[in-house]
Design a protein around this ligand. Sequence first.
Ligand SMILES: O=C(O)CCC(=O)C(=O)O
Length: 286
Amino acid sequence: MALKLRKLSYALGAEVCGVDVAMPMSESTFGEIYQAFLGHGILLFRDQDITRSQHIEFSRRFGALDRHETLPRDRHPDHPELLMVTNEPKPDGSPSDTKYTGRQWHSDMSFTTGPSLGSLLKSYEVPEVGGDTLFANMYAAYDALSGGMKKLIADLHGIHLSGTRKLANETTGIVRAEEQKRINPPVAQPVVRVHPETGRKALYIGEKVKRFDGMSEEESQPLIDYLVRHATQPEFLYRHQWRKNDILAWDNRCVMHQALGDFDETQLRHMERTTILGTPSGYVAT
Ligand SMILES: O=C(O)CCC(=O)C(=O)O
């Protein structure tokens, strides 16, 4: 079967049309989907009114799944393979731990030595308008750097921290941030990562990077800021406007993303994510 694809933006992404991910799928059809995933960085599947188990089963086709041991508060209570991204208050009325998940430019699980291959996020409830997600093509961002800058960053490692910046002011956020720090010590990742499947170089940076290994924060920050600003220019981006029952699959090795707060927070936004385990990368920073 030839897959029907529709490009989502100039920079990256494609919609896979007419596929129900819960239906039995041959190896060859999934092979085409996986090739499209490698080629476009993001795949969108619309109208996937499927169960949690079906979401998990489809995700397993991409690889073994993370059980989110490094983010114990954020897991679905019955399905550790699902990470909640929701602003629905807890049963006691306190704010959700994952209310502000992803509000910084990042690549999933970069703060571990097993950063994710890819993620599949499914939307259950979306606000009337907004609650969009931005994605950046990090191959294109790397390719567009000058030869001099490529040389400068070739051997740098960024120290990635876990945690969500915005919640740090709220009590839940402080408790969560402390827990995160205990579970996840800082990890150094190469600033230029070679994609293990395509062999292409991609920038591996984001707002979870605190400093470069061997350099102070003061020395590092201007270059971190420059690289993030460079990578998030409009020509490298796709902005996803969610509809209920979308599944968006992205390749964390060559795409970074950010959840936007451009919506009425009194409205429900509820998403659930599977995380595909990637190959080992980086080292625990001392
Ligand atoms: O909620 C979103 O739009 C994105 C969530 C996110 O950043 C993540 O799951 O890593």
